[in-house]
Design a protein around this ligand. Structure first.
Ligand SMILES: [Zn+2]
Length: 351
């Protein structure tokens, strides 16, 4: 299989995040990519490709350009003003704050601007964050280009991940929505119907929002029920799209301890819907955090279960771009990605 990766992600390496009131070491680390690359190299069956630079235009096509501007300069402004390295907000634009008083304006100070664009506290900005996030987008776009010219599958080893980044908001370890930018890129290149299949444990609030009123991009997600799972405020089953996008959003919330059988059966429901939508290509937001030993999740999927998931997606028989999202059980992360991709290509008869 064709794999797209680069070392640019290493520049994004914050030390700590604030989770559930505690400052603790980041779960989302460069080591995750090293583990995945090592496991895929060990298979001896994959081809690595460097990404192409696509510039900023594909990002501005999905995100508010003012947020992209902010991210480009945020760290330099922050570190000058605050005198510490990691830029983390502590005052957020809660919708109740200005309810009935019209929209907020972006503040002038770095701390105020962080709370204007970011929605939580686990996503520090450091010196190399913007470059790493830009590079992750190029991986997803390069994989998309290759599939659009005839490659059956391509895998983009994106880091930082993307699916929590919305049109004008970032967070959840995500800055730019790699999968959504890839989907928009495919539409711009003439694909009429694109499906994004999100199998990360966490609901892809950003991807859902970006395409919520769109008839040409179907979003299907399996995730921990938002009644208990991050990001808490999106991902309910009754969120089905709006306007021209009515019926093009499918959320399938999962209960605690969901095992291989339940997960694959739920995946089949998503694939059936994607097939019914008539998707011409599929973009998979691949999170391995449904894994039974993931430190921040509560499902019970095994490595064999991930292999079965890849095989099911292959059976859909569509050109497929796989974009890396989460997965924090680092000891098994590489094996789990390798198993998922092996299921994909073995079931399709491709090596
Ligand atoms: Zn996740």
């Amino acid at each position: 299989m064709l794999l797209i990766a680069s070392d640019a992600h290493r520049a994004h390496d914050p030390a700590d995040e604030v989770e559930a009131g505690h400052r603790r070491p980041m779960h989302e680390t460069p080591d995750r990519v090293d583990r995945i690359r090592a496991a895929l190299d060990a298979t001896g069956t994959h081809r690595w490709l460097d990404p192409d630079d696509h510039g900023r235009a594909p990002i501005d096509a999905v995100h508010d350009p003012a947020m992209v501007d902010f991210l480009e300069t945020a760290w330099a402004e922050w570190t000058t003003a605050a005198g510490v390295d990691d830029a983390v907000p502590d005052v957020f634009l809660h919708p109740g704050l200005r309810a009935g008083m019209g929209p907020a304006r972006a503040p002038a100070t770095p701390l105020g601007r962080l709370g204007f664009w970011c929605f939580e506290t686990t996503t520090p900005i450091v010196a190399g964050t913007y470059g790493a996030a830009r590079a992750a987008v190029d991986l997803a776009l390069t994989a998309t280009d290759r599939v659009l010219v005839g490659e059956r599958f391509a895998y983009a080893l994106c880091r930082p991940p993307g699916h929590h980044a919305g049109r004008s908001v970032f967070g959840g370890y995500c800055f730019f929505n790699n999968a959504a930018i890839a989907a928009q890129h495919a539409v711009a290149r003439g694909i009429d119907r694109v499906a994004v299949l999100d199998v990360d444990y966490h609901h892809g609030n950003g991807t859902q929002q970006i395409f919520y009123e769109r008839a040409d991009v179907f979003y299907a997600s399996l995730h921990g029920d938002p009644d208990r799972a991050y990001p808490f405020f999106t991902g309910h089953g009754d969120e089905t799209g709006a306007g021209a996008g009515a019926g093009t959003n499918l959320n399938l919330p999962l209960g605690v301890g969901c095992d291989d059988g339940d997960f694959v059966a739920t995946l089949d429901r998503a694939l059936e819907a994607i097939d019914g939508f008539g998707a011409e290509i599929v973009i998979v937001s691949l999170g391995l955090d449904p894994y039974r030993d993931d430190p921040i999740c509560d499902l019970a999927v095994t490595t064999d279960g991930f292999r079965a998931c890849g095989a099911r997606v292959a059976a859909l028989d569509r050109p497929t771009i796989v974009v890396q999202e989460g997965g924090y059980a680092t000891d098994m992360l590489g094996s789990n990605v390798a198993a998922w991709l092996a299921g994909l290509e073995t079931a399709s008869g491709q090596r």
